[in-house]
Write a protein that binds this ligand. Structure first.
Ligand SMILES: NC(=O)c1ccc[n+]([C@@H]2O[C@H](COP(=O)([O-])OP(=O)(O)OC[C@H]3O[C@@H](n4cnc5c(N)ncnc54)[C@H](OP(=O)(O)O)[C@@H]3O)[C@@H](O)[C@H]2O)c1
Length: 246
């Protein structure tokens, strides 16, 4: 096991990609902190699944979009424990054409996806700096690289995460803290369940592997970036999209 002795915080780990990441990190020996904002029952199920497989997990509720809540929750936890892996995964979409897009939707998307990752990282980095060790992963998207009609705010947030990844990588490299991003393509989760059959078919036609991805396939990239297997990588983006963005 490559992550024995590590403590990993995964934001948005009650469902989808975050859940798969939490389970995979625990399988590699990390103790996992399962964050969620609304779905306590689902988050508890993730912890139970990890425990049933011989791993260790606990819940930590906070809204990534609320810096005060983030700070209080992480400071409270970090009094006794040292978080060495952070996966900034929590995210939301609010799709809509730009000409009709509301300031409230813009704020929600940016605050959860981009500002959330910034302030959760800030809170966790204090402990990592002291230990001179850490791996931070940001969940971007292929639309943060290539853009997408109807997802201007979400694409802007996901592109912002790539700038944040590179800047943090440069700012904290001397403390042996590595920062990398993952850009998933089309992955089967609650988030993509909202797409219409027609939209899904159109996306499938653009994927050379001709299938949607599984959350577990993103989790494998996260395990790699969290572990010493990627010890000489920082400031990079791993695209996991079945070839869609080639
Ligand atoms: N699915 C895809 O095709 C795809 C592609 C590219 C990138 N991504 C990115 O991958 C990440 C995970 O996506 P997913 O498809 O797994 O999404 P999902 O199934 O909708 O799950 C979203 C997760 O984020 C949590 N969350 C939402 N807002 C939060 C907040 N303010 N504070 C804390 N947690 C919050 C949710 O918690 P609750 O259950 O408590 O609501 C849930 O655990 C997102 O950043 C997404 O943008 C997904």
């Amino acid at each position: 096991m490559t992550l024995e002795g590590e403590i990993a915080l995964v934001t948005g780990a009650s469902r989808g990609i975050g859940k798969a990441v939490a389970v995979a990190l625990a399988r590699e020996g990390a103790e996992v902190i399962v964050n969620y904002v609304r779905n306590q029952e689902k988050a508890e199920q993730v912890c139970n699944e990890i425990s049933a497989n011989g791993g260790r997990a606990e819940l930590l509720r906070f809204d990534v979009a609320k810096p005060d809540e983030v700070q209080a929750a992480i400071d409270g936890y970090a009094k006794s424990r040292k978080i060495s892996i952070l996966v900034n995964n929590a995210g939301i979409t609010r799709d809509g054409l730009m000409l009709r897009y509301s300031p409230a939707d813009w704020d929600d998307v940016i605050q959860t996806n981009l500002r959330g990752a910034f302030f959760v990282s800030q809170a966790v980095l204090k402990g990592m700096m002291k230990e001179r060790k850490g791996s931070i992963i940001l969940m971007s998207s292929v639309v943060g690289i290539g853009g997408n009609a109807g997802q201007a705010a979400y694409s802007a947030a996901k592109a912002g995460l790539l700038g944040l990844t590179r800047s943090m990588a440069k700012e904290f490299a001397t403390r042996s803290i590595r920062v990398n991003a993952i850009a998933p393509g089309y992955i089967e989760t609650d988030m993509t369940a909202e797409l219409t059959g027609e939209q899904k078919e159109k996306i499938l036609q653009a994927i050379p592997l001709r299938r949607v991805g599984k959350p577990e396939e993103i989790a494998q990239a996260a395990v790699y970036l969290a572990s010493p297997l990627s010890s000489y990588m920082t400031g990079q983006v791993i695209v996991v999209d079945g070839g869609m963005s080639m």
